[in-house]
Design a protein around this ligand. Sequence first.
Ligand SMILES: C[S@@+](CC[C@H](N)C(=O)[O-])C[C@H]1O[C@@H](n2cnc3c(N)ncnc32)[C@H](O)[C@@H]1O
Length: 196
Amino acid sequence: MNRKTAAFYNYFSFLYPIVDVFLKPQKTILFKEVNAMPNGKLLEIGVGNGVHFKHYKKHEITGIDTSATMLKIARKNRFGNVSLLEMSGEAIQFSDEEFDYIVLSHVIAVVDNPQLLLTEAYRVLKPGGQIFILNHFTTDNWLRYVDHSLRQIAKLLHFKSIFRIEDIPAIEKFELRKQINLGVASYFKLLIYQKP
Ligand SMILES: C[S@@+](CC[C@H](N)C(=O)[O-])C[C@H]1O[C@@H](n2cnc3c(N)ncnc32)[C@H](O)[C@@H]1O
């Protein structure tokens, strides 16, 4: 866990609803996919301010985040069957094979160590369980130049602008079940993987 990232999100939390306006269309797709699954135990890592809760129509939800301020807001947005904990996705304090689903929405390029995040996610996911990864991914088209030019500002904003899922070895343990391309030139993607 990166304390500077947690501190950044503590300060930034009041502005996050503005960012979320732009993410709404792609998140609608995420919720549709998650709600189409049979009822189960869902872990959302980097749960943020909890705006997602009202969109989950089923499942027993556990949300974890490293930002105490984000979690404070999430507690106010708590809706239905939700529990919240201050915990890093890079050191998950749950037993092996505890969850049916994991949601990583705009968090995989924020954490310090995405390899550790996916290793931990794999550990706590049940065999046959699914992980939903919503994020920007550096493309092979012209948009990659935007990612390269944003590198420095992205550092200040605590995310990796250059981010490719295939660069994380732990992803190879999962099987890709579905890919939904989103946004201009497929800059955003919803990737749904299954633990064999
Ligand atoms: C860009 S926000 C995304 C919030 C929410 N998932 C969404 O889609 O709106 C990233 C969130 O990840 C959290 N975060 C950063 N590093 C983390 C870690 N190692 N473990 C858990 N949460 C983390 C931040 O505090 C922040 O709330």
